[in-house]
Design a protein around this ligand. Structure first.
Ligand SMILES: [Zn+2]
Length: 311
């Protein structure tokens, strides 16, 4: 695996490319002080260079607009959540040069800023979706879905749900109270979901073939990513979501949730994913490219940022 120097080289190369995309001539930029962007890291492992780059783009876009940057701690996934990662995450972000105006450590008008403290917001949205008739209880296990006859994968590698439980009602499950189920959002097969991405331009996805019915609430009583993300971005007044290109399809799913919940969606700006020397997407398992490891190896944030100033 690549060491610190090589990790720095990857970052410098990537940032050069990004300088082109995010640099805006201050004289010609249309500033929007109402701009609210966010960093939404999840404390399930160490932050690596790929996160740093995407977050840097988010920070630059907020700064260019003269707007605000919000830090949201996406600690909903209790199974992988580790308290020490939250502390490390904040330290690593500050060390690298990130500054946010609202967050779990600073407070702000849209708190709490940790997802583990926002359950009531999610339950509220869940209830709205249920009342509107868009949800059904799905009792399928992962292997049930994998083994279903027509279960192709979407581009983001999520199995396209074959619709096995579409006809199920909560009342029929209640006769077997021990049944564990996920709440799944029903999409309209064939519906086109389109949006214009700030980086990739026009996007078009078809419900039922590019993605299927998706989970909004898990059997372990926490919201799925799609729901938590939409609820929080709306409640925190986020005007533009900057995140990795692996979430383009999720944006299509989330737009359906915005519509059903009668919320105004933000704009979206997806970033190319950073890859290692073998062309593999950086993941939390690339510990040598974690900000912490690079820091411990004596790299300075200035060097890792490829000469980008902090302010
Ligand atoms: Zn099912």
């Amino acid at each position: 695996m690549a060491g610190g120097e090589s990790g720095g080289a990857i970052l410098r190369r990537e940032f050069r490319e990004w300088a082109r995309i995010v640099s805006v001539n201050p004289q010609s930029a249309i500033r929007n002080p109402q701009y609210r962007g966010r960093l939404a890291p999840s404390p399930t492992g160490l932050l690596h260079l790929g996160h740093a780059r995407t977050f840097w783009v988010a920070q630059q876009r907020a700064r260019t607009n003269g707007g605000k940057l919000i830090l949201r701690n996406e600690d909903i996934d209790a199974r992988r959540f580790r308290l020490e990662f939250v502390t490390q995450m904040l330290e690593d972000l500050r060390w690298f040069g990130f500054e946010w105006q609202e967050g779990p450590d600073r407070g702000g008008p849209c708190g709490p800023y940790s997802q583990s403290e926002r359950q009531s917001f999610y339950l509220n949205a869940l209830e709205k979706l249920r009342i509107a008739g868009f949800l059904y209880p799905c009792t399928c296990s992962r292997s049930d879905i994998r083994n279903a006859a027509r279960a192709p994968h979407g581009e983001d590698d999520e199995v396209i749900y074959p619709g096995t439980c579409r006809g199920k009602q909560l009342s029929t499950l209640n006769s077997q109270p021990s049944t564990r189920f996920n709440w799944r959002f029903r999409v309209s097969d064939g519906e086109v979901v389109s949006f214009t991405d700030g980086n990739f331009g026009p996007q078009r996805f078809v419900a039922g073939s590019d993605f299927g019915d998706f989970v909004v609430w898990r059997h372990d009583d926490v919201p799925a990513y799609q729901l938590a993300c939409v609820v929080d971005d709306a409640a925190m007044g986020i005007t533009e979501v900057v995140r990795g290109a692996d979430l383009l399809l999720s944006t299509a799913r989330q737009l359906l949730l915005y519509r059903t919940l009668n919320l105004t969606p933000p704009r979206f700006f997806h970033c190319e994913l950073m890859r290692d020397e073998q062309g593999k997407r950086l993941a939390k398992r690339h510990d040598a490219l974690s900000l912490r490891a690079l820091h411990e190896q004596g790299n300075s944030p200035e060097i890792l940022r490829g000469g980008w100033p902090a302010g």
